[in-house]
Design a protein around this ligand. Structure first.
Ligand SMILES: Nc1ncnc2c1ncn2[C@@H]1O[C@H](COP(=O)(O)OP(=O)(O)OP(=O)(O)O)[C@@H](O)[C@H]1O
Length: 259
């Protein structure tokens, strides 16, 4: 039998997730390859965040299988899921830094929670992570309220990378950033993928991010992945929602080269 655990960072099979009578994910299957940046698009309220949260064990599923780096994820948020948490770093939509902690303390938070390290080593790690995301060591003394939107995202990214996870989950990483800051952030993600060999699972509505940094794009509609492949293949998809998304008036206005 072929050992797929070396090929795929994430495998989702026949996943069903719902709340009460609402079925959000309906027998969804998806493979994320090791080392790729996968972009996930879908209608607002279509279940992108629910998929991401189910993969990391925050939302229980009704049925289906999930594997991360070859390890099965439990159906509920149990001990085995918690021990897998060092496999991923997460950047939630709002950045969600602790406002009463400095930037350095925010970055060190996952280290304190998971490891026993000397303060000197934690300070060295925080400085290295700040540099990795393009911030200066002295930015470590600032509080979240003193940061710009772009800096906040970078600090949240540094915190997500604190434990050197092989997988990064990003929920709309460029939302709220101006186009220049968004482009810089995209470039940073690409650099981290290349230099660290990271697998990146990115929920985004940002057409520029999809076009410039994603190796593949997956489209979620009607609770399933209805198209997946490089952006040029998605643009050829005949699925009605995918066509409407990429070839609708607004997309064409933003990306004239897509026509
Ligand atoms: N904890 C929850 N309890 C009940 N319903 C929920 C919960 N979380 C999400 N939902 C519902 O699941 C559906 C999918 O939500 P989700 O947040 O995944 O959408 P999304 O695709 O990420 O949307 P957006 O692009 O607007 O962020 C929505 O109808 C939402 O109301």
């Amino acid at each position: 039998m072929v050992d797929t655990s070396q090929t795929f960072a994430i495998r989702v099979r026949d996943l069903v997730v719902g709340f009460g009578r609402q079925i959000v994910l309906d027998h969804l299957s998806l493979d994320v390859r090791r080392g790729e940046i996968l972009g996930l698009v879908g209608a607002s309220g279509g279940g992108k965040s629910v998929l991401m949260r189910t993969i990391i064990g925050l939302i229980p599923r009704r049925s289906g299988e999930i594997e991360v780096m070859g390890e099965p994820i439990g159906a509920t948020h149990d001990r085995s899921t918690r021990s897998l948490a060092s496999q991923w770093g997460i950047l939630f939509q709002q950045g969600a830094l602790f406002s009463s902690l400095t930037v350095r303390q925010n970055i060190q938070f996952p280290l304190r929670e998971n490891l026993v390290l000397s303060q000197q080593l934690m300070d060295e790690i925080a400085t290295a992570k700040l540099e990795m995301v393009g911030l200066r060591p002295q930015d470590g003394d600032k509080y979240p309220a003193e940061l710009s939107g772009g800096m906040t995202k970078r600090v949240a990214l540094a915190r997500a990378l604190a434990l050197d996870p092989p997988i990064l989950f990003l929920d709309e990483p460029t939302s709220g950033l101006d186009p220049i800051a968004a482009g810089d952030f995209d470039a940073l993600i690409k650099t981290l993928q290349r230099t660290l060999g990271l697998t990146v699972f990115m929920v985004t509505h940002d057409l520029a991010s999809l076009t410039t940094v994603c190796d593949r794009v997956a489209a979620l509609a009607d609770g399933k992945i209805v198209a997946i492949g490089p952006m040029r293949e998605l643009l050829q998809s005949e699925h009605p929602w995918v066509r409407a998304y990429f070839h609708g008036k607004r997309s064409q206005m933003l990306q004239p080269q897509m026509r």
